[in-house]
Design a protein around this ligand. Structure first.
Ligand code: WT7
Length: 635
């Protein structure tokens, strides 16, 4: 896998220009030289952003697990593929070699086959960060089943919505999970979710915390005995390049979550290529991404990208604060981590703690630091650079999305000079542009615009499961012939991109995408609530926190407000998950609305952020008098 390693800046520019001039030649060569194909493609790319339709490597036959595992066995069979670091530092680290991973994935794949699963069937995976999670993902890919991993912090309602949307036949879960000094009964959450999921006829349960669980006759089975009895050989299913590999749900600004569909060949080529170059991955490196496999970061840069490169990838079950705030750095020292990839919210949380937590650990193994999920503010960037990288490890501020499958804009370590808060340059093959509100491309620099991509790249999501129309409307309708990201950005005079944040009603809280509408829907179900509006406001650790404006049906008395606040957050926790809880809830008799009845969120955002000096134009409001009242009572 060394045929695509970029080594210096001039080479980057040269490759970039070529990738734009002849994208198909560029992506064909990478695919040809670095992967195992059962059959090569007939056509590198077919696309039409109007339909929209994108197809890469059509006609090719492959299996991604052959590329992640089998082809490494002759040279790297005894190398650690997955290094599992448990929640409790007293519990032993597990080193799963490529040989062992091969056996475990094959057994798991046979268990799935024995359950009657076939190519194209959907499998819901609701597991904590234990090796079974990575193994089950790969086992699905082995037999061509489509995995839909649901982050194990989501509630029963969120889980059942996702199971039903993609019609999963089977759920893979565990008795429970460890999270710092707490345990969570995952199986109970699954049981509750399945009350609403008629299509699920089988639940496989891994044992992790040895808690008491109820097993439903005929439906629920312990995983381990099935694995023990399954054969350790399972031929990989021969997949077409464009067969779906997985579905992963992401929040939209309105409506139910969107099941983004990623397909096989393009996703494999792009995640492998970007992993190698963005992290400057070398053979003996020990790479650690702290994300959960329940998010796209974990899919692409814990599982698929590292394993296609034959890397050692760390899976960490715990949290950065347990048993104390030195846990990340203790792990970096213990395993001599070379690449460390995390989110700005984690950096900000750790930067608040005493420096001793970092200085007492030897961090000299680190070569590259990564950041992902939200804009990294200058202060956090410098803390990361000074205290973790000791000014010798470049920071790669990687911009991408669930929909993009892989990193699109990022510095290359030791190649691209970094500037704090700039994600910097597009990777080869990526053609970004900025658009103004009238739909014209912004050619000048230093002007804020909306970030679009002009040309397809191999790992772009192909559709929204069951709703291609929504895919078209969300991503390909705002600007003609362009993929619209939903993000605002500007470009400086040397062509670096700086992402300024979402321009739609999606709010990123601690690196998690949250749509405002689904949260408002939950609040509005409270019997006392008439209407509500959620906005984000700056928060020093979470990046953004949520501020809710709530209109009650009957003017409540102030004494009941605290109880109502608790009830509202309880409902949000049950229906979405604790990550969507509101930090502040203000009860108000009205909301600022335009004459067409649209809530003017811009004003609510300013009030929540305490920036009431310049509220902009309020003349189009139906009820301008409400603004002062909201300001007077703001929290
Ligand atoms: C949104 C996508 C991609 C993996 C994690 C998030 C924001 C992501 C950055 C960055 C500024 C960023 C964008 C994007 N975002 N990375 N480096 N700088 N903003 O995936 O949940 O699909 O969220 O995260 O707003 O649109 P996601």
């Amino acid at each position: 896998m060394s045929n695509y390693h970029i080594k210096h800046l001039e080479e980057y520019y040269k490759i970039y220009r070529k990738s734009v001039r002849e994208p198909e030649v560029f992506w064909e060569k990478i695919a040809e030289e670095n992967f195992t194909w059962y059959k090569k493609w007939d056509n590198v790319l077919e696309w039409d952003f109007k339909k929209p339709e994108v197809k890469w490597y059509q006609g090719a036959k492959l299996n991604i697990t052959e590329n992640c595992i089998d082809r490494h066995l002759s040279t790297k069979g005894n190398k650690t593929a997955i290094l599992f670091e448990p929640n409790n530092p007293g519990e032993e680290t597990q080193h799963i070699t490529y040989n062992q991973l091969h056996e475990r994935v094959n057994r798991f794949a046979n268990v799935l086959k024995n359950e009657g699963l076939k190519k194209g069937d959907r499998v819901c995976i609701y597991l904590p960060m234990i090796p079974d999670l990575a193994v089950s993902v790969l086992a699905c890919a082995r037999i061509g089943a489509i995995h839909s991993v649901v982050f194990a912090g989501f509630s029963a309602t969120a889980l059942s919505t996702r199971i039903n949307d993609s019609d999963c036949k089977i759920v893979i879960t565990s008795d429970g999970s460890y999270r710092g000094n707490k345990t969570i009964d995952l199986k109970k959450i699954v049981d509750e979710a399945l009350n609403d999921c008629a299509g699920v006829n089988s639940v496989l349960v891994a044992k992790r915390i040895n808690s008491e669980v109820t097993m439903k006759e005929g439906r629920d089975k312990w995983l381990q005995p099935l694995l023990n009895n399954a054969s350790s050989e399972c031929e990989p299913e021969v997949m077409d390049a464009e067969d779906p590999l997985f579905i992963l749900y992401t929040s939209g600004s309105t409506g139910k979550p969107k099941g983004m569909v990623h397909t096989t060949a393009g996703y494999m080529v792009y995640t492998a290529y970007t992993f190698k170059n963005v992290f400057n991955y070398k053979d003996d490196d020990i790479y650690w991404c702290t994300a959960d496999i329940g998010w796209i970061t974990g899919h692409s840069y814990i599982v698929y990208g590292p394993l296609t490169n034959g890397a050692t990838t760390v899976m960490f079950e715990g949290v950065p604060s347990y048993p104390d705030y030195g846990r990340f750095w203790e792990i970096v020292e213990k395993h001599k981590i070379t690449q460390f990839y995390t989110a700005p919210t984690a950096i900000r949380a750790l930067a608040k703690e005493h420096l001793d937590y970092t200085t007492k650990h030897d961090l000299s193994s680190l070569k590259v630091l990564g950041s992902v999920g939200e804009p990294i503010n200058e202060e956090a960037w410098h803390w990361y650079n000074d205290h973790i990288g000791k000014k010798k490890s470049p920071i790669v501020d990687t911009w991408w999305q669930t929909e993009t499958g892989g990193i699109l804009i990022s510095p290359l370590p030791n190649i691209t000079p970094t500037i704090p808060t700039y994600a910097s340059l597009p990777l080869p093959g990526i053609q970004p542009c900025l658009m103004d509100e009238k739909g014209k491309e912004i050619i000048e620099n230093q002007i804020d615009g909306r970030l679009c991509i002009k040309y397809p790249w191999p790992s772009i999501a192909r559709t929204i499961w069951g709703n291609h129309q929504r895919y078209k409307e969300t991503y390909f309708s705002a600007y003609k012939n362009k993929y619209f990201t939903g993000d605002g950005a500007m470009r400086n005079t040397i062509g670096y991109y700086r992402i300024t944040g979402r321009v739609d009603d999606v709010i990123i809280v601690s690196g998690h995408n949250l749509g405002t509408a689904p949260i408002e829907d939950v609040i509005n179900e409270h019997p006392a609530v008439a209407e509500s509006a959620i906005v984000g406001f700056p928060h020093d650790v979470k990046g953004n926190a949520l501020y809710g404006y709530v209109i009650l049906k009957e003017t409540g008395d102030e004494n009941s407000f605290d109880k109502l606040r608790k009830e509202i957050n309880q409902m949000i926790t049950e229906h979405i998950g604790p990550i969507a809880k509101l930090n502040k809830i203000q009860f108000t008799p009205g909301l600022p609305k335009t004459r067409s009845g649209k809530i003017m969120r811009r004003i609510l955002r300013k009030i929540a952020a305490n920036e009431t000096d310049n509220l902009g134009d309020t003349s189009t409001l139906l009820n301008p008098e409400i603004v002062q009242e909201i300001i007077d009572n703001s929290l």
